[in-house]
Design a protein around this ligand. Structure first.
Ligand code: GDG
Length: 467
């Protein structure tokens, strides 16, 4: 069997599993079998970007990492990846900041990844590259003479041509990605947006739903939604609901309903809009005053990107305003935590929450939506309020779907969720649960790897296209 080589910006090293560890490592658990290699940045910044990888083995898995030079890191990560690509691909043109030197830094880190990875590859390895930090990597690997099958999965949304073309050098960037054999997206909408961009910017021809022709090269573009380990998370939640943290939370609520939000502190997650909708709930529906508490866990992320610091200040202010206006000496409507909690603790809190708020302005998928569903007690489940603009909405249509930009709609959905009777809660949850237990992380891996392993009838070697 071919060896799987995973490439991502960060590698979750075995000894280094922090509170936040999980994410990709959890999603890839089924793919990372003994014998696999995981390559990426070590998380360490050095004077200069390393040319060769440090190798570590644990449980049969090889971890190969490189340190990044400080200047490269800033231009690549805080610069182009999170200053330009992240806002662009989340449809936030007003937040996008393009700087040519940051783009060059991004390209050079992608080149450094390719140069350090190429010598570690065997001829039959299947390479699976992850996410927006590494869009140029397929072409950079081809430029190193790598002819292996290369798959790429984009965890975040993709934009249609009218938005994508605003990014200077968009065509060059897309050509770099198109050097892969398979590109995967969270939803059909993202896959189709990519295909439209390939047609508009690269003169690709769409041969069928998921095949693009770029000259002689055939590129498969597939929609494969990511999922969670639903069984594992359900069990974790049931156990955690009996632990001390969940008991302390229950006691502190004194019979009040819990509404929960758990997000990275990020401008795609719709947090200011969520706080505004909750404040309006208390204003419009005084019946909920003293009866409901919103617990928002928003672990700080990407703190060296300026936008994130401004968002944090804005949320501090909004949380203070709401509590200042509505709190009483024995009740605070909004509990707001910017430190991460352990995954286990979160699972237990999800189970206790009558309402789960997942209201991003735009999101590739959003795993919190699926975790909230999996954590519920089927006999007395809570209600998911979900943004239409999360990829998860394509699968989880029995949630209360909202436009997060519409404060009134969001407010009324929270109200409806709090008032919903047990029959409707059970019926909606039953349908949602089925979806979450079907489209799991394991199925996501299997489906992507099946597409990656399936060679076209005639294998067309794709050598480097200069980008
Ligand atoms: C990207 C895409 C796509 C959150 N706070 C804490 C914590 N979390 C965990 C959640 C969940 C994960 O982090 C977040 O996943 P999301 O999917 O919600 O969002 P992104 O981080 O933006 O991920 C997204 C995803 O990739 C996968 O493809 O769904 O659309 O943007 O698992 O539970 N975990 C812990 N403490 C926290 O405070 N332990």
């Amino acid at each position: 069997m071919a060896r799987l080589v995973i490439v991502s910006n960060r590698v979750a090293l075995p000894g280094e599993r922090t509170q936040r560890a999980g994410g990709l490592a959890v999603a890839l658990a089924d793919a990372l079998v003994p014998g696999s290699l995981w390559f990426g940045w070590s998380g360490q910044r050095a004077e200069a970007t390393a040319r060769t990888a440090n190798i570590l083995s644990a449980n049969g898995i090889t971890y190969a990492t490189i340190d990044l030079g400080e200047a490269d890191y800033r231009r690549y990560y805080a610069g182009f990846a999170n200053g330009a690509l992240w806002p662009l691909l989340h449809f936030r043109l007003g937040l996008m900041r393009f700087r040519a030197e940051e783009y060059e830094g991004y390209r050079s880190v992608n080149r450094a990844f390719a140069a350090a990875l190429a010598p570690l590859l065997g001829p039959d390895d299947l390479i699976w590259v992850h996410d927006y930090q590494l869009l140029s990597l397929p072409a950079e690997l081809r430029a190193q003479g790598v002819n292996n099958r290369i798959g790429f999965f984009l965890h975040i949304p993709f934009t249609p041509p009218v938005i994508t073309e605003v990014l200077p050098r968009a065509a060059e960037l897309l050509a770099g990605l198109a050097a892969a054999d398979v590109v995967g997206f969270q939803t059909v909408r993202d896959r189709d947006a990519f295909a439209a961009c390939a047609e508009a910017l690269l003169e690709a021809r769409r041969l069928d739903t998921d095949t693009l022709a770029l000259g002689e090269h055939r590129l498969r573009a597939v929609a494969v939604p990511i999922g969670i380990d639903a069984t594992g998370f359900t069990q974790e939640a049931a156990r955690a609901a009996r632990r001390v943290e969940a008991r302390r939370l229950t006691e502190s609520l004194q019979g009040r309903a819990l509404v929960i939000g758990v997000d990275r502190l990020d401008d795609s997650k719709g947090l200011p809009q969520r706080f505004a909708a909750f404040a309006r709930l208390l204003e419009r529906h005084p019946v909920h005053r003293r009866k409901v508490s919103l617990l928002q866990v928003a672990a700080r992320s990407r703190e060296d990107v300026e936008r994130y610091q401004a968002l944090r200040r804005e949320l501090d202010r909004l949380a203070g305003d709401t509590n200042g206006q509505y709190a009483e000496f024995d009740w605070a409507p909004l509990r707001y935590i910017t430190r991460p909690l352990s995954r286990r603790t979160l699972a237990g809190f999800f189970r206790l929450a009558r309402v789960g708020l997942v209201t991003p302005l735009r999101d590739g998928m959003n795993l919190v939506a699926k975790e909230y569903v999996a954590a519920q007690n089927p006999a007395d489940p809570g209600v998911l309020v979900l943004s239409r603009f999360a990829g998860a909405a394509c699968e989880l249509s029995e949630a209360l779907l909202v436009n997060p930009f519409d404060t009134d709609e969001q407010t009324e959905a929270i109200h409806a969720a709090l008032e919903m009777d047990i029959e409707e809660r059970r019926a909606r949850h039953h349908a949602l649960r089925e979806r979450v237990f079907t489209n799991t992380a394991a199925l996501w891996c299997q489906r992507f790897l099946a597409a990656l392993a399936a060679r076209p009838a005639v294998r067309i070697e794709c050598r480097a296209r200069p980008v």
